[in-house]
Design a protein. Structure first.
Length: 472
């Protein structure tokens, strides 16, 4: 979305607010954005019901609303864009039936057991994915089917699976509503020593998560859930400019299995490469705009300096004329006074009345104080993916140019490079000390996309974030 704002012939500005799965925070952000005078709101509701009153307030102000991925419990919205969650659930269900047929023929003594662990059922994706999956499974009488509500997290999925084992319900197939939850089930399968007996399915198909899990053998299938940020921007611009648009826009997905994972991974890597290029272009544009503003300010400052220099030259010329007059007067001093200061013996007397210069006190380490203040500012604002160098400069009391020079002289890095390095260091710690997914950690340390985060991480440490998880 950030790159797409520059693709079209409009002066569009995309601003992104992250709620990090906090519904109350998202409601406050929606109200704040509406009060700030935005032209259009794109929102993926964290929860369908609680977010509805905030959406109604936005619509009363005449602001168009696009639901992305999820909907609130209201029909008063401008457009929807996202994957078809019912179709996603049906596709995974049909693949689960295919897997179950193979299990049924191998274990004729009992029916294969299929376990579905949903996301939070207060959200529309969980409701719709369950609807599609259950429609397929409930029509199959030759399989046993259990559904348990989860909360989208891997730890909760781990707990649910272990509870089923304690009840002697050993699932043959487990369907989780996102790929992050499958990591919890995979850990539970290893702990229960079930080996290849359990086949795990998910939804999302992120290159560094779901697709990588299939290649590693811990996941047996995932539904690639489309996002397409550029399509969202194009839909928004069509609405704002009065162009024709569809109210319901469904993005096509597909099932990734061990049979097609390699070609899918190849395509995904190419898409990531292209997306990284777009992000690079976006960053360069931001830098160019910043450079233009800096040069504009420098031009104005230069003109002011020229005017000051001209005034200073005039004053200096006047001072020069006055000095010449003074010199002529001094040259008319009598010879006796001149000899007094020239005579060596009398010069010693003159030195007795000359003030001795005091030694200058040693300076304090201002660089250390500045570094501590800058580090505190970066840590405080690290999770903000839209953090600008102007914002950091304001925190430490320096302009963008002054901040660049100061940081470069102390660390050898530019402020942007230093910010990225600190973010990656924090991500390295989180990968080794928490069970959060790569995507969750990427957003927490301020990266807009998991793909760009993985690229930067590999450049910094020579390995991907998932390599740390695999090592553990």
């Amino acid at each position: 979305m950030l790159a797409a704002q520059h693709l079209y012939d409009y002066n569009a500005l995309v601003t992104i607010a992250q709620s990090y799965d906090d519904t109350n925070k998202q409601i406050k952000q929606i109200d704040s954005l509406a009060d700030a005078g935005i032209d259009l709101l794109v929102v993926a509701p964290n929860e369908s019901a609680p977010i509805t009153p905030a959406i109604n307030r936005v619509r009363k102000k005449g602001i168009p609303v696009i639901f992305f991925d999820r909907k609130a419990e209201t029909t008063d919205y401008t457009a929807f864009i996202g994957g078809d969650n019912v179709e996603a659930g049906q596709t995974v269900g049909q693949y689960a039936v295919q897997l179950a047929k193979g299990i049924s023929s191998a274990h004729s003594a009992r029916k294969p057991l299929v376990l579905e662990i949903t996301g939070a059922m207060s959200t529309s994706p969980a409701q719709e994915r369950h609807k599609g999956f259950s429609q397929v499974l409930q029509s199959q009488k030759e399989y046993d089917y259990i559904c348990v509500e989860g909360d989208w997290t891997s730890d909760n999925a781990y707990k649910i699976f272990m509870q089923q084992i304690e009840k002697h319900h050993v699932p043959d197939i487990v369907f989780c509503h996102n790929d992050g939850m499958t990591t919890g089930v995979s850990r539970a399968v290893k702990k229960a020593r079930l080996g290849e007996q359990v086949k795990i399915l998910g939804i999302d198909g992120m290159p560094e998560e779901g697709i990588a899990y299939i290649q590693q053998g811990s996941l047996h299938g995932t539904y690639v859930y489309p996002t397409h940020g550029e399509e969202i921007v194009r839909l928004a611009l069509n609405i704002l400019t009065g162009e024709k648009y569809e109210r319901e826009n469904k993005l096509q997905g597909m099932m990734v299995t061990p049979e097609n994972v390699e070609i899918t991974a190849l395509n995904s890597r190419e898409l990531i490469r292209q997306n990284d290029h777009l992000i690079t272009i976006h960053d360069k544009l931001e830098n160019y705009f910043g450079l233009y503003n800096s040069q504009h300010k420098m031009l104005i400052a230069s003109l002011i300096c020229i005017a000051v220099l001209i005034a200073a030259f005039i004053l200096a010329w006047r001072a020069y004329i006055q000095t010449r007059k003074t010199i002529r007067k001094r040259q008319s001093m009598n010879e006796e006074q001149t000899l007094f200061y020239a005579d060596a013996s009398r010069r010693k007397v003159q030195e007795m009345f000359t003030d001795k210069q005091e030694m200058a006190p040693a300076l304090n380490s201002q660089d250390m104080l500045f570094a501590e203040k800058l580090n505190e500012a970066i840590r405080k604002n690290m999770s903000n993916p839209n953090l600008k160098m102007d914002d950091l400069g304001e925190e430490v009391g320096l302009s963008r140019v002054q901040l660049y020079r100061k940081v470069k002289s102390i660390t050898g890095l530019s402020p942007v490079e230093l910010l990225r390095q600190i973010r990656l260091q924090q991500a390295y710690v989180l990968l080794g000390t928490t069970t959060k997914t790569v995507a969750e950690i990427a957003f927490e340390v301020g990266f807009n996309t998991p793909g760009y985060f993985s690229k930067c991480f590999r450049e910094q440490y020579g390995k991907l974030p998932m390599d740390l998880r695999i090592g553990n």
